[in-house]
Design a protein around this ligand. Structure first.
Ligand SMILES: *Cc1c(COP(=O)(O)O)cnc(C)c1O
Length: 464
C-alpha cells in the first residue's frame, strides 16, 4: 500500500460525521435509525474499497452521506417492479410473459384481497374443490371432458407423466426431445416422473411405423411434444396428432400432447400457424398440456385438458397438492377463459392477442404521433424518427415468425444511445428497449396506449 492510499484510508470520515451531514440527517427521519446507520457504514465500506483500488479522490463526509442516501432510496424501492416493454417481443419470458387483461387483473385482485369460495361449495355449504372453478369452463371452451390447472406447463408435464405413465415406457419422437430453457428437458422430466423414455424415429424424420414397432406390454403412452421454440426444416417428417391418436387408441394407450403455447383461437390471418388446443383435442389427443401465460394470454399456470378419467387420477396424485395454483391465479384463469366464450371479444380484450393482431398501419400511426410528441417535449437534446422493425411472439412460440412492426428511434445528441438505454432501464418506471445501428428503439407494438404518458416522462427524465 502506498502512502497516499494509507493517508486516504486514515482520513475517511467517521460514521457519526456522516450521520451528522445535513443531507442525510434531513432525510433520515423517514427511516429507522438502525437502517440509516447501516447505510452510512456501507457507504464508508464501499469508499474504503474504492481507495484500495485506487479509484477515488473525494473522501468527504458529504460524499459518504450522498452514497448512504442513495442506498436508502434504493432500499425503499420494490424489487419486483412493473416495467415498460419496448422490445417488441410480445411474450418476453424475462419480462413476465403475458400481460393480463384488465378484467383478469381485477378478478385476481378481488380474489386476493378478500375471502373466497376457493374450496367451499356455496350450494351445499360444505367443502368443495379448487379445480371446480375452471374444469367445466375450460371444457366448454376447448371441447375437453374435464381440465385442471397447476403452476406451469413444466409441472403439468411432470404430473401427467407421473400419474398416467409411472413405471411404463413412453414413446417420444427423437425430433421432439425439446429443451425449453431454464432446465426443462423432456428426458429429465421423464426421469423424475418415474416413466421411462423410449426414443423413436430420427431427428429429422419420424414415421408412424417408428412408433408402431416399439409398442409392447410395457408401453404406457405416446407423448407428442410441440417443438415450440425451434423448427426442423428441409427433409423432415413427423406424425400428425390424428394418426398418432388412432395408433394409440388401437393399442389401448393414451396420447398425451405437450402443446406449450396454448393457442385457443385461429390466428392464421396474423401469419401465426400454431396448433390450437380445441383442434388437438378434436384430433384425438387424450390429454393436452399448455401454459397459461403464453398464447392463452392469462396468468402463469399449466393447464391439463382432456379425458376425465386421467384428470381424476391427476387430481388425486400427491404431486397435485405440491403444484396447486393459488386463488389469485385461479381467478385470473377463470376470467381469461370466460373471455374466450366470445372469440371476437377475446381478440379485442386479451393483450397478447391484441398485440399480435394489431395492424402494422395502426402501429406506424401510433409511432409517428409518439415520435412527434417526444420531439416537441425534448427539443435540442435528441432526434426522433420512426423506423420499421421486426417484432417477435417470444416465449418459445412461433420462433420463425417475424412480425412487421414500427418503432420510435431515438438518437440522443449528448449521450450515447447505449447510455440512454441504460438510464431508461434504471429509471423509476424502468423501460426495457434495444439499441441497433446507433439508434435506441422503442417498439410500439408492445407498449400499451396507457403507458405512453409514463414512457414520455421517462424519456424526458433521462435526457434532462
Ligand atoms: C413453454 C413450454 C413448456 C414449459 O411451460 P412453462 O409454462 O414455461 O413451464 C413445456 N413444453 C412446451 C412445448 C413449451 O412450449
Amino acid at each position: 500500500m502506498n502512502e497516499d492510499t494509507a493517508a486516504k484510508l486514515k482520513d475517511l470520515p467517521r460514521v457519526d460525521e456522516v450521520l451528522a451531514e445535513p443531507a442525510l440527517a434531513y432525510h433520515s427521519g423517514r427511516f429507522p435509525a438502525e437502517t440509516v446507520l447501516r447505510a452510512a457504514r456501507s457507504a464508508l465500506a464501499s469508499m474504503r474499497d474504492d481507495i484500495l483500488e485506487g479509484k477515488i479522490t473525494d473522501i468527504s463526509p458529504e460524499r459518504a452521506a450522498f452514497l448512504a442516501l442513495k442506498e436508502l432510496r434504493k432500499a425503499e424501492e420494490r424489487s419486483l417492479r412493473r416495467v415498460i416493454n419496448g422490445t417488441g417481443v410480445i411474450l418476453h419470458t424475462n419480462l413476465g410473459r403475458a400481460r393480463l387483461s384488465d378484467s383478469a387483473a381485477a378478478a385476481m385482485s378481488n380474489a386476493a384481497s378478500g375471502y373466497s369460495n376457493l374450496e367451499f361449495d356455496l350450494e351445499e355449504g360444505r367443502r368443495g374443490s379448487r379445480h371446480d372453478h375452471i374444469g367445466r369452463l375450460i371444457g366448454e371452451i376447448t371441447g375437453a371432458e374435464d381440465a385442471m390447472a397447476v403452476n406451469n406447463n413444466a409441472a403439468a408435464t411432470l404430473l401427467a407423466l407421473s400419474a398416467v405413465c409411472f413405471k411404463t415406457e413412453v414413446l417420444v419422437s427423437r425430433g421432439e426431445l425439446i429443451e425449453i430453457g431454464g432446465s426443462f428437458r423432456i428426458p429429465d422430466i421423464m426421469r423424475v416422473s418415474g416413466a421411462s423414455l423410449k426414443e423413436v424415429g430420427t431427428t429429422n424424420k419420424t414415421h408412424l411405423y417408428d412408433y408402431e414397432r416399439h409398442i409392447n406390454e410395457g408401453t404406457g403412452a405416446i407423448l407428442k411434444v410441440h417443438t415450440s421454440n425451434y423448427r426442423i426444416t428441409g427433409f423432415t417428417e413427423d406424425v400428425s396428432v390424428k394418426a398418432l391418436a388412432e395408433l394409440a387408441h388401437k393399442n389401448g394407450l393414451p396420447l398425451i400432447y405437450d402443446l406449450g403455447s396454448g393457442l385457443m383461437v385461429d390466428l392464421k390471418d396474423c401469419g401465426l400457424d400454431e396448433p390450437t388446443v380445441p383442434r388437438a383435442l378434436k384430433d384425438g389427443a387424450d390429454l393436452v398440456l399448455f401454459s397459461g401465460d403464453k398464447l392463452l394470454g392469462g396468468p402463469q399456470a399449466g393447464i391439463i385438458a382432456g379425458r376425465k378419467c386421467f384428470i381424476e387420477a391427476m387430481k388425486e396424485h400427491p404431486l397435485a397438492r405440491v403444484m396447486r395454483p393459488g386463488k389469485a391465479v385461479l381467478a385470473a384463469l377463470e376470467e381469461t377463459f370466460r373471455q374466450y366464450r366470445d372469440p371476437v371479444q377475446a381478440k379485442r380484450n386479451i393483450p397478447v392477442l391484441q398485440m399480435i393482431s394489431a395492424s402494422p398501419d395502426d402501429i406506424r400511426y401510433k409511432a409517428q404521433r409518439f415520435a412527434l410528441r417526444l420531439a416537441q417535449e425534448n427539443p435540442l437534446v435528441c432526434d426522433f424518427s420512426v423506423i420499421r422493425g421486426t417484432g417477435m411472439i417470444g416465449g418459445g412460440a412461433a420462433p420463425m415468425l417475424g412480425i412487421d412492426t414500427w418503432a420510435v428511434a431515438a438518437s440522443p445528441r449528448e449521450i450515447s444511445p447505449e447510455e440512454m438505454a441504460s438510464r431508461l432501464r434504471r429509471w423509476k418506471d424502468p423501460v426495457i428497449c434495444g439499441v441497433q445501428d446507433g439508434l435506441l428503439l422503442l417498439d410500439m407494438r408492445t407498449v400499451a396506449d396507457s403507458e405512453l404518458q409514463t414512457l414520455a416522462e421517462a424519456v424526458a427524465g433521462v435526457l434532462r
